[in-house]
Structure formats: structure tokens, C-alpha cells
Design a protein around this ligand. Structure first.
Ligand code: NAD
Length: 293
């Protein structure tokens, strides 16, 4: 079994980005800038945004964070989005999800200018992705593709099974892997909560991508020997042996599945760091477009 080391690959990508940023800003009036909006104080969201800020700093991308109160109205949030849409010093921005329930997430995403939507969630960016037109591909699916390609994992003609049909992971990654090119040209099955006999599908998978949101759900009995396993899930579970009182696990039971897999991404240190690296890649892409225009 080989470990798919997302931490290592994300560090390589960040080095590549830092080198490119340093070269680009040599002849430019300003460097790339990523902004983040966070509404409320959900601890997981705060952690993600802080990690994104740190990652930006490490590669020379300017970052700014707008912390809005939990009770922020739709109008106030839209005003800030309009401001960032028009701010020529900001190349891209994200609105950290989930939003408080009184705010309509799709309406908020629709308000972001597609060329600044570095999360790749805007319908125009998703539509372009489906059509294979160069665009902002959402960070987690892009990070997964990057892992497959940097480990030179063959995808053409393989049966790829994706568990989970979310708009941010399962659905886009299933489309990307079925498209022409590399990574791609796979035969993809997308499983979800209404799929009966899930193991019948997972046992037939050469590549199994798990984004089900249930801790350690996939065990060895569901995996074909030699399969490639990409674990997208991330969960905190109580662990009194740890000083923090918890440990992180994925959607896959790593201990049992790693004995059968040819490649497996761990949690933590697999897909998670790649999501942030992919966000930086999108920010750099958005910045380079502004330099061309
Ligand atoms: P989600 O949590 O919104 O949805 C879960 C999906 O699983 C749904 O599409 C549902 O149909 C499917 N599902 C539920 N029960 C099922 C069953 N019994 N059989 C088959 N399918 C079933 O999905 P998400 O937002 O993609 O998140 C999935 C996991 O990935 C979560 O743990 C989340 O925290 C994690 N995540 C991690 C990253 C990262 O950067 N590492 C990014 C996004 C999400």
C-alpha cells in the first residue's frame, strides 16, 4: 500500500505557487489577493479560514478576512459581496460555508462575480466545468485530481465509484473523472443515499472516492483488493488518549482498508491540505487573468 500524502503534495504545490508569485510580482503593481467572508463564529469555519490565511501568507498571496456577525442580514452580506466584486485590488474571494440558516447560500453564491469565484461554486463556473471549458474548478475536486495526477494513478478505462453527490465534492469530481483527458476517461458511478446495496458498487471500484460525511463508514468488506481509495471525509471523534480529547478520522476506516488498498489518502493529511492548495491555485489563476487584461 502506498500513502497518498496530501500534506507533502500540497507543500510542493505551495512552493511552486510561491516561486511563480515571486516572479510575477517583480514586474507588477501589486500581487495576488484573496479575501474571505465569514458570517458568525462556527469553530470549524474559523479554523478553515485561519488555515487559508496562513497558506496565503506562506506563498506571498495577500489575504484579508471579513468577519461578519451571526445576525448579518442578506442585504448587508450582498453589499460586501458587491464591494469585493468591484474591488480591483481583490482577485478572488470566498464566502465560507455553511452560512447561518437565515441566509440563502445559493443566492449568495450567485452574487459572486464568476471570475472572482475562487471556490468554483458559481453556476457559471460549474457549467463551464461540465462543458470542459477552462474555469475555476472547485477546490476539493481539483485537489483530488491533482493528487491522482501527481501520483501518476491511471484513471483511463478504470471504474471509479464516488460515494456522495454534494455540489462541492461528489457531483463535480464524478463529472471531472468521466471527462476526456487525464485525470479522466474513467467510467464513473455516482452513489448516494438512495443507492441500494452500496457494497455491490464499491466492491467493483478500481478507484473509490468517499464523500459521505459518516465517520469510518467504508470498511475493508466494501473494498476490492488493490483499489485506490480517496477519503474526503473529516470528522472529530472523542479520544480520551489525546491531549485535545479528540482525533480526526475520515469517511474510511483507514486501519482495515489500508491493508487492501494499493493507494490510500489518510485523514488528516490527505484531501484536506489539497483543498487549500487548490484554492491558492485558483487565486493565482484569477490574478494572472487580471494581469493579462
Ligand atoms: P454532504 O455531507 O453534503 O453529503 C453527503 C452525501 O453522502 C450526500 O450526497 C448523500 O446522498 C450521501 N450519502 C449519505 N448517506 C449515504 C449512504 N448511506 N449511502 C450512500 N451515500 C450516502 O457531502 P460533502 O459536503 O461532500 O461532505 C462529505 C464529507 O467530506 C464530510 O465529512 C465533509 O466534512 C468532508 N469534506 C471535506 C473537505 C476537505 O477539504 N477535506 C471538503 C468538503 C467536504
Amino acid at each position: 500500500m502506498k500513502l497518498i500524502d496530501g500534506k507533502l503534495i500540497s507543500e510542493q504545490i505551495k512552493k511552486e505557487i510561491a516561486t511563480e508569485v515571486a516572479q510575477l510580482i517583480d514586474n507588477a503593481p501589486r500581487g495576488p489577493h484573496l479575501a474571505a467572508i465569514i458570517v458568525g463564529s462556527d469553530p470549524a469555519s474559523m479554523t478553515y479560514v485561519a488555515a487559508k490565511e496562513r497558506a496565503c501568507k506562506s506563498v506571498g498571496i495577500t489575504s484579508s478576512v471579513y468577519n461578519l456577525a451571526e445576525q448579518t442580514t442578506e442585504k448587508e452580506l450582498m453589499q460586501l459581496i458587491d464591494f469585493l466584486n468591484e474591488d480591483s485590488e481583490v482577485d478572488g474571494f470566498i464566502v465560507q460555508l455553511p452560512l447561518p440558516t437565515h441566509l440563502d447560500e445559493q443566492k449568495v453564491i450567485n452574487a459572486i462575480k464568476p471570475e472572482k469565484d475562487v471556490d468554483g461554486f458559481h453556476p457559471i463556473n460549474l457549467g463551464k466545468m461540465v462543458l470542459g471549458i477552462d474555469t475555476m474548478v472547485s477546490a476539493t475536486p481539483n485537489g483530488i485530481l491533482e493528487l491522482l495526477s501527481r501520483y501518476k494513478i491511471e484513471t483511463a478505462g478504470k471504474h471509479c465509484v464516488v460515494i456522495g453527490r454534494s455540489n462541492i465534492v461528489g457531483t463535480p469530481v464524478s463529472i471531472l473523472l468521466s471527462r476526456k483527458g487525464y485525470p479522466g476517461n474513467a467510467t464513473v458511478t455516482l452513489c448516494h443515499s438512495q443507492t441500494p446495496k452500496l457494497a455491490d458498487y464499491t466492491l467493483a471500484a478500481d478507484i473509490l472516492i468517499v464523500a459521505i460525511g459518516k465517520p469510518e463508514f467504508v470498511d475493508e468488506s466494501m473494498v476490492k483488493p488493490g483499489a485506490v481509495i480517496i477519503d474526503v471525509g473529516i470528522h472529530r471523534i472523542d479520544d480520551s488518549a489525546k491531549s485535545s480529547g479528540y482525533r480526526l478520522v475520515g469517511d474510511v476506516d483507514f486501519n482495515s482498508v489500508s491493508k487492501k488498498a494499493s493507494y490510500i489518502s489518510p485523514v488528516p493529511g490527505g484531501v484536506g491540505p489539497m483543498t487549500i492548495a487548490a484554492l491558492l491555485m485558483n487565486t493565482l489563476k484569477a490574478y494572472k487573468k487580471t494581469q493579462i487584461n
